[in-house]
Design a protein around this ligand. Structure first.
Ligand SMILES: Nc1nc2c(ncn2[C@@H]2O[C@H](COP(=O)(O)OP(=O)(O)OP(=O)(O)O)[C@@H](O)[C@H]2O)c(=O)[nH]1
Length: 298
């Protein structure tokens, strides 16, 4: 049995009753309204999967109600079928122009009405599924599978965008680069899977420490980047230090497996290309490595 909700809009109570019964028997949930204004109100509340709309009604006719549905973000994609005795070519064209997907003439034949309703409900469900899948794909395209952080491509995009914004509004912008210390040894000693767990735990610490406006990503294998909008070099250094300390103090797999990170922090200069900013942060990261690791340079 279907569980979709169908909103029927008609100013004649008897029509609502007959149609409601036909649809209920087929397993649809039914909501009703007796004019266009009420229909907008009920639709906003029940979020129907389909609307069966009469044309001639007091206060607001079906054409106008349909146009209004199409202007509302959460109702624009709900299919509207006109159910009406008015079926001149002019009416049909006006109805399709208003955004309807189909017309059913009154008096209607039950099986035909149900077939048309079922078809539109099925198309609507497929559209919703497609939209959801697209959303998931979009999310997947910008995230790193292992850690859930943003991926390299997205980080570069966001860095360029953040730099443009910071330039336009004369705000500071800082970048932090991190790299795990002696991570090859972790993999060699504990195995690649434990290595993966370490990357996940390090990412969790980063996520828990940054502010909502900061953008944190996995830049490469064991390299991470944080873009910090409206953040001075000193504040970004403090954030990097907090993350470094958090990682240093956390058991990564079982007691005894501790790791450290080295980092570099750079603040964006006017008119500096993003590549150069990243290079500066990277050079500072390697300075930290060469000076003994488990430290942040700026
Ligand atoms: N488990 C796991 N390891 C990875 C992943 N990506 C990169 N690595 C490992 O990270 C290690 C990086 O090694 P190196 O570049 O030699 O650096 P390091 O051992 O961390 O030494 P320093 O950076 O000099 O402190 C390599 O062993 C890679 O295999 C991953 O997704 N999972």
């Amino acid at each position: 049995m279907s569980q979709e909700t169908i909103l029927i809009v008609d100013d004649v109570p008897q029509n609502l009753q007959v149609l409601g019964q036909v649809l209920s028997q087929e397993g649809y949930r039914v909501a009703v309204a007796t004019n266009g204004v009420q229909a907008l109100d009920v639709a906003a509340r029940v979020q129907p999967d389909l609307i069966l709309l009469d044309i001639m009604m007091p206060e607001m006719d079906g054409f106008e109600a349909c146009r209004r549905f199409k202007e509302l973000e959460d109702l624009a994609n709900v299919p509207v079928i006109f159910l009406t005795a008015r079926n001149s070519t002019e009416d049909v064209v006006t109805g399709f122009d208003a955004g309807a997907v189909d017309f059913i003439s009154k008096p209607f034949i039950n099986v035909e009405l149900l077939a048309r309703v079922k078809t539109q409900v099925r198309i609507n469900n497929l559209m919703k599924e497609l939209e959801q899948k697209n959303k998931e794909l979009e999310e997947k395209a910008i995230h790193d599978d292992l850690t859930g952080l943003f991926n390299h491509g997205y980080m570069f995009e966001q860095l360029s965008y953040s730099q443009e914004v910071s330039r336009r509004y004369h705000k500071s912008l800082s970048v932090i680069m991190f790299d795990l210390d002696h991570f090859k040894e972790v993999n060699d000693t504990w195995g690649h899977q434990v290595g993966d767990t370490v990357l996940q735990k390090v990412s969790d610490i980063i996520k828990d420490t940054v502010r909502q406006v900061d953008i944190a990503g996995r830049y490469g294998g064991e390299e991470f980047m944080i873009v910090c909008p409206e953040t001075s070099l000193e504040n970004a250094q403090m954030l990097a230090e907090r993350i470094r300390e958090g990682i240093e103090q956390t058991d990564m797999h079982e007691k005894g497996l501790r790791v450290t990170i080295s980092g570099g922090v750079a603040e964006s200069h006017e008119d500096e290309p993003v590549e150069k900013l990243v290079n500066r942060a990277d050079e500072l990261l390697y300075k930290s490595k060469s000076e003994g690791r488990n430290r942040i340079s700026h």
